[in-house]
Write a protein that binds this ligand. Structure first.
Ligand code: 5GP
Ligand code: MG
Length: 184
């Protein structure tokens, strides 16, 4: 069965609600880094492709601290031998994170595997600090610990599309966030 999403259906989070939360997070982020980013330093904002591209574009436009952007692409897969879920890096960062203040921007924290892996990966490269911003925290699904610093929305569960999030590569362009399975 293919779920069909229609942008005219009621949204879980509307475009207006998203814009309001993104500006609130932006203000918090600006206040935090105003103290730690000084002189010629810049914040390195790392987006996790593909899902975070819309949130990242909105969020960086609310920031007034000097920054650079970079992207990493991660994917998780089921290892048949160990039956564990593993993370594979499809595209590495292009900037060196050593000594930098890094802000990771991700679409969703679900079971937490991806962000847990990314945090360990970044920390092994010696950044000055790492903070995490997510559009949606699916808090009922956490299996791997992740400390989230900036969260636009929280839900328990449910499959979301829109605002960068896809279902079988569709619906990323919808400006609001939709959940059709009513599990929230
Ligand atoms: P985790 O490793 O935290 O379980 O998975 C995180 C990744 O799974 C997210 O970065 C996102 O790409 C994908 N994901 C998790 N929940 C959803 C969802 O509700 N909708 C969509 N489109 N992707 C999701
Ligand atoms: Mg993702």
């Amino acid at each position: 069965m293919t779920l069909y999403y229609d942008r005219k259906l009621p949204a879980l989070f509307t475009r207006e609600e998203i814009a309001r939360r993104v500006s609130e997070l932006g203000a918090e982020i600006n206040a935090h880094y105003a103290k730690s980013i000084t002189g010629e330093e810049t914040l390195l904002v790392v987006g996790v492709l593909n899902g975070a591209f819309v949130f990242m574009a909105d969020l960086v436009r609310t920031l007034t601290v000097p920054l650079e952007v970079d992207f990493i692409r991660l994917s998780s897969y089921q290892d048949n031998l160990s039956s564990a879920t593993k993370v594979v890096m499809l595209k590495d960062l292009e900037r060196d994170v050593a000594g930098r203040h890094v802000l990771v921007v991700e679409d969703i924290a679900d079971c937490g595997l991806t962000l847990n892996w990314l945090l360990n990966y970044l920390k092994s490269r010696g950044p000055a600090s790492v903070r995490l911003a997510v559009a949606v925290n699916k808090k009922g699904r956490r299996e791997f610990e992740v400390a989230l610093d900036y969260v636009a929305f929280e839900i328990e569960n449910g499959f979301l599309v829109g605002y960068g999030l896809d279902a079988a590569r569709r619906y990323r362009e919808f400006p609001a966030i939709y959940s059709l399975d009513g599990q929230n």
